[in-house]
Design a protein around this ligand. Structure first.
Ligand SMILES: N[C@@H](CCC(=O)N[C@@H](CS)C(=O)NCC(=O)O)C(=O)O
Length: 224
């Protein structure tokens, strides 16, 4: 396969949406050309493909564009190699696809809003950081209950749900690690710490220099 046949992923290392897209692409066994974006100086080629200007963006060789991280996860699952990981939203009947999607929606909605207000109090003067942390904590407590007795959200295998939610829980934990690790969330702390120590995580957190047109292609994923 030549590089020109590979999808192009516009990505930003620390963006949790881009992180979950990279997690899903890697877990599904895909190889893409990664173009590291600096958000204050987005490349024209990315904006041409996706004028809304958020990362991640996945541009296929035929020119079609996925510009939402959940769509990139879904594409990763739909096209995953048969032998790849838990390439499903759910592997466990007791916590099915609908429930997992609802959990991801809560993560992307109320939890993300609480995370932002807690992490960036100056940007959200109308919301008390303590109240925001409390609201976020309710979601963490919900995850803690789900994770009791399971290694991952849907059972014994890393799933799209773990990929979709973990980068945001990591951000929440990092606002005040001392406080977070002092809470009674043993299951979430175990799940988060195992993720942070995993090969899977280090493989998606490599550092790349900002992409410039004409750069030699940088491959990311299974075939990199
Ligand atoms: N709904 C989008 C959200 C992506 C998003 O907001 N990404 C942020 C970075 S984490 C971004 O690109 N913001 C644009 C900017 O800061 O200019 C998705 O799921 O892909």
């Amino acid at each position: 396969m030549t590089v020109s046949n590979l999808p192009v992923l516009y990505s930003f290392r620390r963006c949790p949406y881009a992180m979950r897209a990279r997690l899903a692409l890697a877990a599904a066994g895909h190889t893409v050309e990664l173009r590291e974006v600096v958000l204050r100086d987005k490349p024209a080629a990315m904006l041409e493909a996706s004028p809304k200007g958020t990362v991640p963006v996945l541009v296929q060789p035929d020119g079609s564009v996925l510009e939402e991280s959940l769509d990139i996860i879904q594409w990763s699952l739909d096209t995953a190699g048969a032998q790849s990981i838990a390439a499903k939203w759910s592997l466990d009947e007791s916590f099915g696809e609908g429930a997992l999607r609802e959990l991801v929606a809560e993560s992307d909605g109320p939890f993300k809003a609480a995370l932002d207000a807690y992490k960036y109090p100056d940007r959200y003067p109308d919301r008390e950081p303590e109240e925001a942390r409390e609201a976020g904590s309710r979601f963490i407590a919900r995850l803690d209950a789900i994770l009791a007795g399971r290694q991952y959200l849907t059972g014994g295998s890393f799933s799209a749900g773990d990929a979709a939610i973990l980068p945001f829980v990591r951000q929440f934990a990092h606002v005040d690690q001392e406080w977070f690790y002092d809470q009674d969330w043993h299951e979430v702390i175990r799940w988060l710490d195992a993720f942070k120590a995993s090969e899977r995580f280090s493989a998606i957190m490599s550092k790349y220099k900002k992409w410039e047109p004409g750069d030699a292609p940088v491959l990311f994923g299974a075939g990199a």
